[in-house]
Design a protein around this ligand. Structure first.
Ligand SMILES: Cc1cc2nc3c(=O)[nH]c(=O)nc-3n(C[C@H](O)[C@H](O)[C@H](O)COP(=O)(O)OP(=O)(O)OC[C@H]3O[C@@H](n4cnc5c(N)ncnc54)[C@H](O)[C@@H]3O)c2cc1C
Length: 195
């Protein structure tokens, strides 16, 4: 009998857990560990941000995995011990035979000074709610969307695009925003836009 431990109850961890459950017989244990008690389906944050969906509708308690024969442990994984095949969660050592790591990414808005104060991000429920509130208050003007990374670019670089209230792309500022640099260009109204 094998103990399979999956760190992360996001899309990656849940797909891995369900696929493994389908392939392994019931004698093998599968445990998902997450620091959050709920799974948030991130693509649906778009509907929270435009105010058409309540955050509760895009989140599911991870404890429901139990119904599928998958155990859930709520807690933060603080350390891995590959030699001893254990993960440390809230002071407890959880043993494993097989380990799947799916912890996603850690948001670091502070890497770009001013970003957190300048706007909201679409990657969290709170951020999406903030965008919905900002849209409700919006009476006109220019909206700036910062794309922090594109697939073909280094994660530390980004581009600024300006769009108008009808979601029509006005133009693009081609200067990359370098999060590592202390003198990177700040988003400014007067920056020249290419039409
Ligand atoms: C608005 C929006 C739209 C998107 N649209 C699409 C789309 O159309 N198509 C597409 O393919 N992708 C889309 N994505 C991206 C997609 O949602 C993500 O790539 C995906 O959710 C990442 O899944 P993940 O399991 O890797 O990470 P996450 O979903 O971030 O899950 C990681 C989990 O690990 C947990 N965790 C992290 N560290 C620890 C720790 N130390 N201890 C315990 N638990 C921990 C976290 O709490 C989290 O629940 C979109 C994303 C957003 C925000």
């Amino acid at each position: 009998m094998a103990e399979v431990v999956i760190v992360g109850g996001g899309v990656g961890g849940l797909v891995a857990a369900k696929r493994l459950r389908g392939r392994l017989d019931g004698g093998h244990h599968i445990t998902v560990i997450d620091q959050s008690p709920v799974h948030v389906f991130q693509p649906s944050l778009l509907w929270v941000a435009d105010g058409t969906r309540d955050p509760d509708r895009i989140a599911r308690p991870l404890a429901r995995l139990q119904r599928r024969g998958i155990a859930f442990r709520h807690g933060r994984v603080a350390a891995l011990d590959p030699a001893g095949r254990r993960v440390r969660v809230d002071g407890e050592a959880i043993p494993y035979d097989m380990l799947v790591l799916a912890p996603g990414v850690e948001l670091r808005p502070q890497a770009l000074p001013g970003l957190a104060e300048a706007g909201a991000n679409l990657y969290t429920v709170d951020g999406a709610r903030e965008i919905a509130r900002a849209i409700a208050r919006f009476s006109g003007g220019r909206v700036v969307i910062l794309v922090a990374a594109e697939q073909d670019e280094l994660p530390a670089h980004g581009r600024i695009r300006a769009v108008d209230a009808r979601d029509h792309v006005h133009g693009r500022i081609h200067e990359p925003v370098d999060a590592q640099s202390s003198d990177h260009p700040r988003p400014r109204r007067e920056q020249r836009l290419e039409r």
